[in-house]
Design a protein around this ligand. Structure first.
Ligand SMILES: Cc1cc2nc3c(=O)[nH]c(=O)nc-3n(C[C@H](O)[C@H](O)[C@H](O)COP(=O)(O)OP(=O)(O)OC[C@H]3O[C@@H](n4cnc5c(N)ncnc54)[C@H](O)[C@@H]3O)c2cc1C
Length: 496
């Protein structure tokens, strides 16, 4: 019997890779630790409330279309995406509201209200963002950077696009009003990066959202995951849930030959693509391999993203006045991010993201009720190793208070269900190093060639897909990482 290609983890990156490999004729199997697929895109169902655990902002829907295009299946038979407008509603502590949306005239008039001169500056920023999009997304996002030469080749474009500057600094070059500077630079936080240190390359997110819009998967992001799992299984792939891989076995030539699970069962494989955390893969799964252990030491010196405090709650009431996605900025910004990224301080005045899917999709909560999650970026466990089991109730109430003061008055009177996911849960449930929510930070010195490569050059048969490899975190990032990795794997395994 032919040995299968094993994929460890069923996050978006793992599923997208498995679909690509399976569609190319390779025989694959996914091993997933948890009881449901999706990784960070897991979900909870409680008393009729449906809570997506992770990604809610779906951009670049063509990345899914591309997967279906590899098969004879139609995307509309598997998933349904609904456009969201405004993309985001931004609210500041003084009550100022900015609806960031696709209607350019509406956008210009809101910018004009804050600072007339910034309309022109915004147009210049958009032009810059489009140029970065062309170079950074269209040419690099699904291109594996396996050698230093591949990096040197794109260096002139990177210099031209001033990628050595930060997103915030580029936005500030064009836009002067402090609120507008926040409005057009906070996006890197969705990928785990501070706007003050993430490369200006990431300003392409702005162009990407304008080009393809912001979408919600009907039934929640988990319905999108379910659609991808169905596609994968219809192609003949096998998904094993509740199956934690404990080790990846190599021979003395550093060739992978098998994986071993928690019960000691060994499965022979022709190759392994890890969608699991990169540090976990090298440190724990390859603990007997010297090359991997050297990699572990290098990884320890890298900067990992912050973690998240995620508060899910269901209310016995609807709030149709809310936008689907709201960002509630706090009183501080630069200093706040410094506390999270550098000082390892848990902020009492954090900015929040509020997800209110019930305003778009009534199936997310029982009749007359509504489902939410509030999310705060918090230091990872490497920066702040506190006892979250003790801290979580206090922090939860700080968040509830903020929400009650600013957009959901007396919400605690209407609570039906709630659940909290802290940095410790990222570490325990997802094997995330330091409880980081987005793997390594998206810094220029940790991007492309300088990120973990899509295939390991020394351990033969070891590949990566997902947030830790190129291009990085975020749903478009990890689905494109699968494209880059599939390219190398199909070439190697078909013809190698
Ligand atoms: C709360 C939150 C909100 C987010 N919001 C957005 C958003 O709105 N839009 C956006 O684009 N991005 C968002 N992101 C980022 C995005 O969700 C992630 O970057 C992306 O989903 C990560 O996918 P991945 O392929 O790297 O795999 P992951 O989702 O990290 O999945 C890895 C899988 O590997 C499994 N695994 C780990 N170790 C083992 C093992 N030893 N054996 C077997 N299985 C194992 C895990 O259980 C997990 O299922 C968000 C992230 C979080 C946490």
């Amino acid at each position: 019997m032919n040995k299968k290609v094993a994929i460890i983890g069923s996050g978006f990156g793992g599923l997208a890779l498995a679909i690509r490999l399976q569609a190319s004729g390779l025989d694959t199997v996914i091993f997933e630790k948890r009881d449901k697929p999706g990784g960070r895109a897991y979900f909870y169902e409680e008393e009729g409330f449906h809570f997506d655990a992770g990604p809610t902002v779906i951009t670049a829907p063509h990345i899914f279309q591309e997967l279906f295009d590899l098969t004879d299946k139609k995307m509309e038979d598997y998933i349904e995406l609904i456009p969201i407008d405004p993309f985001y509603r931004l609210i500041w502590p003084d009550g100022e509201v900015f609806n960031y949306n696709s209607d350019m005239d509406a956008l210009y008039s809101q910018i004009e209200k804050l600072n007339p001169k910034d309309v022109d500056g915004y147009k210049k920023f958009l032009k810059f963002s489009n140029a970065v999009f062309k170079e950074g997304y269209e040419k690099m996002v699904d291109h594996p950077f396996q050698s230093i030469w591949s990096m040197i080749k794109v260096a002139p474009q990177l210099i031209l696009l001033q990628s050595f500057r930060s997103v915030y600094s580029m936005v500030s070059k064009y836009i002067k009003h402090p609120k507008l500077r926040q409005a057009f630079s906070y996006h890197t936080l969705l990928l785990g990066g501070s706007p003050y240190s993430s490369s200006a390359i990431y300003s392409l997110i702005h162009a990407l959202e304008h080009k393809w819009g912001v979408w919600f998967s009907k039934g929640g992001t988990s319905a999108l995951i379910a659609g991808l799992v169905r596609l994968y299984e219809d192609l003949g792939g096998t998904l094993h849930l509740n199956y934690e891989v404990k080790s990846i076995e190599t021979n003395k030539n550093n060739e992978i030959h098998s994986i071993v699970n928690e019960n000691g069962e060994e499965v022979e494989v022709s190759a392994v693509a890890s969608n699991a955390d990169i540090y976990h893969t090298y440190n724990d799964l390859l603990s007997d391999n010297k090359i991997a252990q050297r990699k572990t030491k290098i990884l320890k010196r890298k900067k990992f993203s912050p973690s998240l405090f995620v508060l899910h709650f269901g209310l016995r009431k609807k709030h149709p006045q809310l936008a689907h996605h709201t960002i509630l900025f706090g009183p501080r910004w630069k200093e706040l991010l410094k506390d999270i990224y550098k000082n390892g301080v848990l902020p009492e005045d954090n900015a929040l993201y509020l997800h209110a899917p019930s305003v778009t999709d009534s199936t997310m909560a029982p009749e007359g009720c509504s489902a939410y999650y509030a999310l705060a970026v918090v230091p990872n466990l490497g920066k702040l190793d506190i006892d979250w089991s003790k801290e979580k109730d206090r922090y939860k109430n700080i968040i509830y208070q903020q929400l009650e003061d600013r957009c959901l008055p007396n919400l605690r009177d209407d609570l039906v269900v709630e659940r909290v996911f802290t940095p410790i849960d990222f570490q325990k449930e997802l094997n995330a190093y330091e409880g980081a929510a987005f793997s390594m930070e998206p810094l220029l010195i940790q991007s492309a060639y300088f990120r973990i490569h899509n295939s390991d050059q020394k351990i033969k048969g070891l590949y990566f897909t997902g947030a830790g490899t190129h291009p990085g975190a975020g749903v478009p990032g990890v689905v494109n990482s699968a494209k880059a990795t599939a390219r190398i794997m199909i070439e190697k395994l078909d013809h190698g």
